[in-house]
Design a protein around this ligand. Structure first.
Ligand code: PML
Length: 298
């Protein structure tokens, strides 16, 4: 586990012992020894409205357990009992599973959502956006970017230079899928995050997703906060500065939230971008480097 100062009274990055059974192919793909690999995805809805979704990647002996885990999660969702739960199993081509690392993690403590949004704008400007485009992205998430308002099912794509929306379906957007932490490292990653106070399941899930998004061709920055009315933390992620959590980006009680992917649309292919995010299987390896949280004031 790589930690930066947490619980150690120090400030340097602390490489702790790490033992794993990962075997990597020359091309960098993950090579399982024997078993076949599957993507397991769950989506739950009620009255045709999306309630919850989650996904994992695992080897064949784990698949039944993963289906039962995800089904239990759908049935226990705080939003209510679903009337429709679908689990999809998809066999993955072993050679197609990409191996990625987690982004570095920073947490900024802010006084309220207004300060949080000022910081988000500043971080986006640091990634090369102008203030207008950064402000547009925040406003879009705050207002609900789907047609008629409300959250989208997936993420918006926005041109980082012009602010033009580039997603082809404004209600659906891009739905990032086929990603997980490598199974043999999950326990250590969960324990390491818990040790630094990041035990909420949303943190690991967002880190896995963002770890994939940051590798998408043409990605400049990602902005996110949850549509869960009680979860106020969001983040700005960039390839250069990693995953920067902002303790409050929304008012409690608001159902608006989602994700914006900002891209450099010069020499950019929407097909390649979307196909990577939606279809390419990815496993994240190693431990995230987590910095101690810091206060931020405007
Ligand atoms: C975190 O605390 O780092 C996660 C923030 C984003 C959560 C987004 C979501 O789960 O909807």
């Amino acid at each position: 586990m790589l930690l930066d100062g947490f619980g150690k009274g120090g400030h340097g990055c602390q490489p702790l012992a790490f033992v794993g059974l990962t075997i990597r192919c020359a091309a960098g793909s993950f090579c399982p020894m024997n078993d076949e690999w599957y993507s397991v995805r769950m989506r739950a809805s009620r009255d045709g409205r999306h309630l919850s979704g989650a996904e994992r990647i695992g080897q064949s002996p784990e698949v039944a357990g993963l289906v039962s885990l995800l089904t239990a999660r759908a049935m226990a969702h705080a939003g209510g009992t679903p009337d429709d739960v679908r689990c999809t199993l998809e066999k993955l081509e072993v050679g197609a599973i990409a191996s990625l690392s987690f982004p570095e993690v920073r947490t900024w403590q802010v006084e309220d959502w207004r300060c949080g949004r000022l910081l988000a704008v500043q971080l986006l400007i640091g990634a090369g956006l102008c203030a207008e485009v950064a402000g547009f992205c925040l406003q879009a998430l705050a207002n609900g970017p789907a047609p008629g308002g409300g959250p989208m099912r997936g993420a918006m794509i926005v041109d980082a230079l012009s602010g033009e929306r580039l997603d082809s379906d404004a209600a659906r957007g891009v739905r990032v899928s086929h990603m997980d932490v490598s199974p043999e490292e999950r326990t250590d990653v969960v324990a390491g995050l818990r040790q630094v106070g990041l035990s909420h399941y949303r943190v690991l899930e967002a880190l896995i997703l963002s770890g994939k998004v940051l590798q998408a061709p043409g990605l400049v920055a990602e902005l996110c906060w949850s549509d869960d009315p009680d979860y106020l933390t969001g983040y700005v992620a960039t390839p250069a500065n990693g995953y920067q959590r902002i303790s409050c980006l929304k008012e409690r009680g608001s159902f608006c939230g989602g994700r914006v992917f900002l891209v450099d649309s010069r020499n950019w292919s929407r097909d390649a971008f979307v196909t990577f995010l939606e279809k390419t299987p990815v496993l994240l390896h190693g431990m995230p480097l987590v910095h101690p949280s810091e206060e931020w004031e405007p």
